[in-house]
Design a protein around this ligand. Structure first.
Ligand code: IPD
Ligand code: CA
Ligand code: CA
Length: 266
């Protein structure tokens, strides 16, 4: 039986509503790929359209809640007790190229702690949900992180660096280090789905630098409720919404941490 608290219901309803227009937009892309203008502007408006629907739906239920979003910034900034954290399309580059690996991601935070999360891939019709203390689910089935015990057998997912990153060399050298010690490293292009896939055991671990809070807010609670470990490393107070994240099943967590952040885990 899946959890269905009022908060989760509000989030899933918003996701389902926004996904209808997102699926339509994804279908339109095929035509736009071949137009001379290209799909760039269209994708930006798909992002904004999706976000607008999500905000409207969430605000219908709680007009006073704070909201942190990728496209519109912060709404009701003074309410830091109850906040929605929204990424309308996580995996924009995939979306833009007609690759169905993208998701709507919504986290709900109370007193600075993520309490619920929903990550929805509308093309695969996969909804990952979790609420603190009530487990994590993929559609109607309870999910758990993998049970893999040895780091050499692990499949690890990562992402980045972004084109503008100033630490590309560091990120590539980390990639090489990790690759040498695990079975395989993958890059799928959606941080939210990367976290969700660790939560349901498709991958054994995930790490990435230079993320934004909205990329992973929902993933944090989904992973924890699926029995996974999540750490943030080398955080800076100057950029409070930036995150370097490391997540995995509990068996390989220490070894993966040693490979990536050595002794820098907070
Ligand atoms: C991006 C995706 C990608 C990650 C980038 C994010 P966006 O989010 O999560 O996997 O590598 O760092 O910015 O731009 O598609 O919402
Ligand atoms: Ca996005
Ligand atoms: Ca994102």
């Amino acid at each position: 039986m899946r959890l269905d608290s009022p908060q989760i219901n509000i989030m899933t309803r918003a996701c389902m509503k926004a996904s209808r227009s997102l699926i339509r937009d994804f279908g339109e892309l095929e035509n736009l790929q071949v137009s001379t203008k290209g799909p760039g502007d269209f994708v930006t408006s798909a992002d904004k359209r999706t976000e607008k629907i999500l905000i409207e739906e969430l605000q219908k239920a709680h007009p006073d809640y704070g909201i942190i979003t990728e496209e519109s910034g912060q709404i009701n900034k003074t309410n830091v007790k109850n906040r929605w954290i929204i990424d309308p399309i996580d995996g924009t580059m995939n979306f833009l190229n007609g690759i169905p690996q993208f998701a709507i991601s919504i986290g709900y935070e109370e007193d600075n702690e993520i309490k619920c999360g929903v990550i929805f891939n509308p093309i695969m019709n996969e909804m990952f949900i979790a609420e603190k203390g009530n487990g994590a689910y993929l559609n109607n089935s309870r999910i758990r992180v993998s049970n893999k015990k040895k780091i050499d057998d692990a499949i690890i997912v990562t992402g980045g660096p972004k084109k503008a990153s100033k630490i590309k060399d560091k990120i590539f050298s980390e990639y090489i280090d990790v690759s040498k010690h695990v079975s395989n490293v993958r890059k799928f292009g959606s941080a939210a789905l990367d976290m969700a896939y660790v939560a349901c055991g498709r991958f054994d671990g995930y790490w990435q630098r230079e993320l934004n809070y909205w990329d992973i807010a929902a993933g944090i609670i989904i992973l924890k409720e699926a029995g996974g470990f999540v750490d943030f490393f080398e955080m800076s107070n100057d950029v409070p919404l930036k995150r370097n994240v490391l997540a995995s099943n509990s068996n390989i967590h220490n070894e993966l941490s040693k490979l990536i952040v050595k002794k820098n885990i907070e």
